[in-house]
Design a protein around this ligand. Sequence first.
Ligand SMILES: NC(=O)c1ccc[n+]([C@@H]2O[C@H](COP(=O)([O-])OP(=O)(O)OC[C@H]3O[C@@H](n4cnc5c(N)ncnc54)[C@H](O)[C@@H]3O)[C@@H](O)[C@H]2O)c1
Length: 357
Amino acid sequence: MAKILKVGVIGLGGIARGAHIPGYKALDNVTLVAGADVDPKARKAAREECGIPDVYDSYAEMLEKHPDLDLVSVCTGNRMHKDPTIAALKAGCHVLVEKPIAMNAQDGQAMVDAAKKYGRRLMVGVNCRFDAKSQALKRLIDDGALGEVYAAKAIATRRRGIPSWGVFSQKAESGGGPLIDIGVHCLDLAMYLMGYPKPVAVSGATYAKFGKRPPEDMIDWRWNPRKFDVEDYASAFVRLENHACLTLEASWASNIDHDVFNVEILGDKGGCTWNPCKLYSSRAGVLINLEPVRMPEVRSHSEEIRLYVDAILNDKETPAPAEQVLETQRILDGIYASSEKNQEVWLRKPPATRKKR
Ligand SMILES: NC(=O)c1ccc[n+]([C@@H]2O[C@H](COP(=O)([O-])OP(=O)(O)OC[C@H]3O[C@@H](n4cnc5c(N)ncnc54)[C@H](O)[C@@H]3O)[C@@H](O)[C@H]2O)c1
């Protein structure tokens, strides 16, 4: 009989009920058996609206009562990624932890080490790479459509979009502002499309121009400006081990025309953008643009879960392995450090020389 994975969910809030639970429920090779949340309202909703039969106020108790769980989604806030992930790995479960991997790379490394120690697969919920546009570009890039890839731009900027709810504006809870909230998505996507060359050095600057003094044009803001201690804008330049480079811009608020989420990749034979999903090249002396005619309709979160389950059941490569996504956290940590020191920060030993570009 085909194996059915037993799944538990830790943290039963927005992303769990909006994406993970529906993603698992759509599959016939998993069964959702348990959940845990410290909030009684979230537990009630998970039981009554999502039909999770067994819910707990403690994830430790959930893991203890269900020693046969195969897979756990960790959907708690950023500060609570590390401990439940390591506990679930130790209990013998594969773990899908939401993005960002952790509050910082040190915690992320501890999670990666635990996965290795307990022989389980740890994946990070960087769902943007499972979007149809991302997958189309990845296939084209891997097929050589861009030639040698040497530069990327990743951008996630909002005109006025500081989250008003939750703990987004508190560094001790979230680890950072738009960089770690939305920048991490376009950064992972750009790195994924480039084949994840290791970052070598980072130069960055962060600012908080709106969160500490919300302007009159900002409506319905509900955070405490005196407690706002994350950035609301960041810009960075990243050197990669293969001598390629990447720029990253992320904001929750900035004086721009409209919100942007995009990735641009440049190669010596062609370039591409994620939105619109297009290739820019030349052939026979003619500049040409190419775009896919048809795209599959997939929801990136559901696709992420489907591929992860398939990888576990059929011994395939983990689609967003934590040790890879940890590099994005190293970059983010580097940006914060560089901004504070006001200088470029080396993440790895610099290559002796730059090859001819
Ligand atoms: N990939 C995406 O598109 C995406 C979108 C939204 C959020 N996220 C990520 O998902 C995570 C959760 O975000 P959210 O919007 O669902 O937040 P949320 O606040 O709606 O849900 C988090 C839940 O975790 C619970 N919780 C806190 N401490 C706990 C503990 N010790 N044990 C069990 N439960 C606990 C809270 O009570 C809450 O119900 C964040 O890390 C966020 O970055 C990812």
